[in-house]
Design a protein around this ligand. Structure first.
Ligand code: S3P
Length: 175
């Protein structure tokens, strides 16, 4: 990757993928390369509710969390451009994320994900409590991620390689 700064057009780049696929890390790196900012939908929901994701699930249930996600998609679509958006793993399963921008699916195997997520990281994620259930979820979601994506990236590589691949896939649309 050359050290020159890239410059994206007005559309956001939206990262989707299963828990632990590296969406937040890649969003931060890409934002640096593109001289823009990274937004994380889970962090925005946590900040706006003043609750952790696990607390929202425990106190109000998953349905309430999905309603926050839906509201946020609408808001981001209307108000944000030229940013990198890291989504929660279930966001494209329950809502259409495409109005937010160009969709990049960070594709990675389940075993690799379990190696990456520390017990502390798993504890933050209410839907990763039970490994067998998480695997089932992984299988039901894969085809939805693929159908939603404009581009699919092999996310088991290093963050630099993943960013490189994303930027080159978008090159015709990047000035
Ligand atoms: C979820 C993924 C989490 C978070 C919530 C639900 C899911 O985000 O939004 O716990 O349904 O896959 P990450 O993908 O950042 O872990």
């Amino acid at each position: 990757m050359s050290s020159e700064k890239w410059c994206i057009m007005a559309s956001n780049i939206v990262l989707i993928g299963f828990m632990g696929s590296g969406k937040s890390t890649i969003a931060g790196e890409l934002a640096g390369l593109l001289d823009t900012f990274a937004l994380d939908t889970d962090s925005i929901i946590q900040n706006s509710t003043n609750l952790k994701i696990s607390e929202i699930f425990a106190k109000y249930g998953e349905k309430a969390f999905r309603a926050h996600e839906s509201h946020l998609i609408h808001w981001l679509s209307l108000n944000v451009s030229n940013a990198i958006i890291a989504t929660g793993g279930g966001m494209p399963i329950f809502n259409d994320v495409r109005p937010m921008g160009k969709i990049v699916y960070l594709c990675i195997g389940f075993e690799e994900i379990t190696k990456r997520l520390t017990p502390k990281e798993r504890a933050k994620r209410p839907l990763f409590g039970d490994k067998a259930k998480a695997l089932e979820l992984f299988h039901t979601r894969e085809s939805i991620y693929k159908k939603t994506a404009d581009i699919i990236i092999n996310a088991s590589k290093s963050p630099q390689e993943v960013c490189d691949e994303i930027l080159h896939s978008f090159k015709p649309q990047i000035r």
